[in-house]
Design a protein around this ligand. Sequence first.
Ligand code: DO4
Ligand code: MG
Length: 286
Amino acid sequence: MKLCRFRSPATPWPAVGLLVDDAALLDLTGAGVTCLSTLLEASDLVARVTELSKRSLRRVPLAEATLLAPVERQEVWAAGVTYLRSKKARMEESDFSASAYDRVYEAARPEIFFKSVPEKVVATNAEVGIRADAKWNVPEPELALVLSSRGEVVGYTIGNDMSSRDIEGENLLYLPQAKVYRASCALGPFITIAASEEEARQWTISVKIERGGEEVFAGQTGVDQIKRSFPELAGYLFRSQEFPHGAVLLTGTGVVPANEFTLAASDVVRIGISGIGELVNTVAVV
Ligand code: DO4
Ligand code: MG
């Protein structure tokens, strides 16, 4: 079951939708559901959405809908160095920080950093940013855990943790600048619910980058390569802090292009996760 936020010619305000037959959205407004983060708080979410799916609600063809980022009031955080590939890439990027990456990969406490407030998250088909003052920029395709205020994993979406590798590599203390800037976080298009961690670990994550219609990078990994369990990551995020509206937690990247590669303006980044869909964004210098 896949939920989303969308607009359509008949609903120019953000509405909550349920994907049906892979081709249409059931507009949940008619059932009184106007806030996705409130719906995600339901203690019996799967039963509630199953019941909604049986109602005779307005159907909007997917082609007529503009999909919005599936966050409203949730802060977005990100875990890092959760895949061996990420640890190796960061150690290559900086002698200065290599031991920090090596240590955090093995440590009990994961790396977790703040990524975005919801209003700064970009949706599928919108532009993601590369910093004007950075020279080495990459997308980071990541599975994102959608967490309730109770810290439970209630769904999954696709995240792009856009990153400036030269800024990050120059000094670890520059990490917030490498990670948090205009249009540096994309999420969407759907939130898949009713999948266990065991099922999600069978999904593949792929990324394709196109430049002028040609593919300039393609890579793939599996969710099963994430070193830490989902409750472990969520548990650390929720230590000593509350998220009254829930939170989104990106789980780290396992696909890193070769060191010679950097994104350019107008590149198209396509991130697919088999159980969720495809997040597509064009790159712009910001
Ligand atoms: O510490 C650097 C960031 C790590 C990260 O974002 C990742 O592994 O995905
Ligand atoms: Mg990342």
